[in-house]
Design a protein around this ligand. Structure first.
Ligand SMILES: O=C(O)[C@H](O)[C@@H](O)[C@H](O)[C@H](O)COP(=O)(O)O
Length: 225
């Protein structure tokens, strides 16, 4: 498809990919390795494809997730699977992916192993890319997560979360760990999310709309209709 035929969402994905690649290149000029934290869901797919074709020293890039469902990597709703299929392709195949799941039966049992993995990475991350749901959640910081207060307050890197509105148990980077980055991006599309973001910006209660925990990171907002 020519550049002029691309949709606003495709343009947005390409612009975000260029900005993230530039950030990684800049950090790799002075660091041995650089860390990229991405979100799952449907929004990032076009961005992953655009980023995968960027020229950079991918063999010095680590990629992990903001959060994950506690499912096998083969499951349709696995964020790891999404990353492997859409981002770890082409030039980006050489990046090292660090998943947030283990063979343990529950995320509570897996937290320690995942913590060890994450602490070996290069912090602060170069870029943390957040998504957002219609309920104002980001990563797996949902308004109805039982562990929301813990995930907002702890200095542990990851938290196992149980969320009545969600079918699966999850594991999420804590707010503190998600803050531990040189750059933060919110990547969202559609009028509904723009409305939610507007609400988030006009109030302070983080438990009501957890995205509020990141509004002053500063946060670069990539939005398209
Ligand atoms: O689903 C996930 O893995 C993430 O936990 C979640 O925070 C996501 O970024 C938002 O739910 C937006 O998802 P969509 O892009 O599918 O709207």
């Amino acid at each position: 498809m020519s550049e002029y035929a691309a949709t606003p969402r495709e343009h947005l994905a390409r612009q975000l990919a260029e900005a993230v690649a530039e950030a990684l290149r800049a950090d790799l000029a002075s660091q041995a390795r650089a860390l990229l934290v991405v979100s799952g869901g449907s929004t990032p797919i076009a961005f992953f494809a655009a980023l995968a074709s960027q020229e950079l020293a991918w063999d010095r890039v680590d990629i992990t997730l903001a959060d994950e469902r506690w499912v096998s990597e083969e499951a349709d709703d696995s964020n790891a699977r999404l990353v492997r299929e859409h981002l770890l392709v082409g030039k980006a195949q050489q990046a090292r992916f660090v998943p947030l799941t283990t063979d343990h039966a529950t995320p509570e049992q897996g937290v320690e192993r995942v913590t060890e993995r994450l602490l070996q990475l290069t912090w602060p991350a170069s870029v943390v890319i957040l998504g957002m749901g219609g309920d104002g959640h980001t990563a797996s910081l949902f308004p109805d997560s039982r562990e929301l207060d813990l995930a907002l307050a702890t200095d542990a890197p990851v938290v196992a979360v149980r969320t009545p509105s969600q079918p699966q148990a999850r594991i999420t980077l804590s707010a503190e760990r998600l803050h531990h980055a040189l750059r933060h991006v919110l990547h969202i599309t559609g009028d509904d999310k723009r409305t939610v973001l507007g609400r988030a910006m006009s109030g302070d209660d983080v438990r009501e709309l957890p995205i509020r925990a990141f509004l002053s990171c500063p946060l670069a907002i990539y939005w398209a209709p």
